[in-house]
Design a protein around this ligand. Structure first.
Ligand SMILES: NC(=O)c1ccc[n+]([C@@H]2O[C@H](COP(=O)([O-])OP(=O)(O)OC[C@H]3O[C@@H](n4cnc5c(N)ncnc54)[C@H](OP(=O)(O)O)[C@@H]3O)[C@@H](O)[C@H]2O)c1
Length: 257
């Protein structure tokens, strides 16, 4: 395989958690990857080093997906470096941890900030990368949604609503961008990443994990690698799947018997 033949995967929010695991999986399968973050460079560089050790060429790009100029700049950098993109994983996310019954805990600004990353960010990134994704039919966009969108669980109502909007957008974009580009989403349950640990603090996090395991049919929480495997299948395979929202929740929705 010549360097020009290598496929390209762009993963937003890939300095940590699900995004980092996804970038490493694509890198280990012979793809070049883009590592993206908006605040902390050091973890992004560390993930990039791991991907390089797996044989990938890597671009590390600081860009806030809620900023359209950043999204277009990112697509421009990928176009200059490699001239193609085969998979875009819209993984960067934002939330505010507010108890469900605390309706006063969420302001309009909270909704707008969360939407600006989870919904508008994914839209802007997809729009910026369409010209690169269109070059190779069968390319894929994978949006990281959440079980929160389907069950009314999770960090806040604004977050649940944003992920519901992302599901609806996934279906609309799948129709708009076919037949060249497939667009799918993954709705993970509780994934062991800094997201929930930092959002809840250590004690509430431990109790939440226990509660999740006691309710889910598989008595488990999810690993970042579980979601990366699904992103790999939906992005690089799944030739006949588009407009799908794939739930990966260890059986939380169906619950234990
Ligand atoms: N963990 C869970 O239980 C769970 C469950 C369901 C769905 N999800 C979804 O999975 C996705 C990833 O979550 P995670 O658990 O892996 O979180 P994480 O470990 O906290 O990682 C979040 C990543 O997103 C980046 N990021 C945040 N805002 C960004 C922005 N505006 N532009 C670009 N990058 C940004 C962060 O880097 P910087 O801070 O440097 O920007 C970091 O790389 C999110 O969309 C989340 O909603 C998570």
């Amino acid at each position: 395989m010549t360097p020009m033949d290598r496929k390209i995967c762009v993963v937003t929010g890939s300095s940590s958690g699900i995004g980092a695991a996804t970038a490493k999986l694509f890198a280990g399968n012979g793809w070049n990857v883009v590592i993206n973050y908006s605040r902390n460079a050091a973890p992004a560089e560390a993930v990039a080093e791991e991907c390089r050790a797996l044989g990938a060429e890597v671009l590390v790009i600081k860009a806030d997906v809620s900023n359209d100029q950043d999204c277009r700049r990112m697509a421009g950098e990928v176009a200059s470096a490699w001239g193609r993109t085969d998979v875009l994983v819209n993984n960067a996310g934002a939330t505010k941890f507010v108890a469900l019954k605390n309706l006063d805990g969420l302001s309009a600004e909270d909704f707008q900030r969360i939407y600006s990353v989870n919904v508008i960010g994914a839209y802007q990134m997809t729009r910026a990368f369409v010209p690169l994704l269109q070059k190779h039919p069968g390319s894929g966009v994978v949006n990281i949604s959440s079980v929160a969108s389907l069950m009314g669980v999770g960090s806040s109502i604004a977050y649940m609503a944003s992920k519901g909007a992302l599901n609806a957008m996934t279906v609309g974009l799948a129709r708009a961008l076919g037949p060249e580009i497939r667009v799918n989403a993954i709705a993970p349950g509780l994934v062991e990443t800094p997201w929930m640990k930092e959002g809840l603090g250590p004690e509430r996090y431990a109790a939440t994990v226990d509660g999740y395991k006691s309710r889910a049919a598989l008595e488990a929480v999810i690993s970042p690698e579980d979601i990366a495997a699904a992103a790999w299948w939906l992005g690089a395979g799944a030739a006949k799947t588009t407009g799908e929202v794939l739930l990966i929740d260890a059986g939380l929705r169906i619950t234990k018997a």
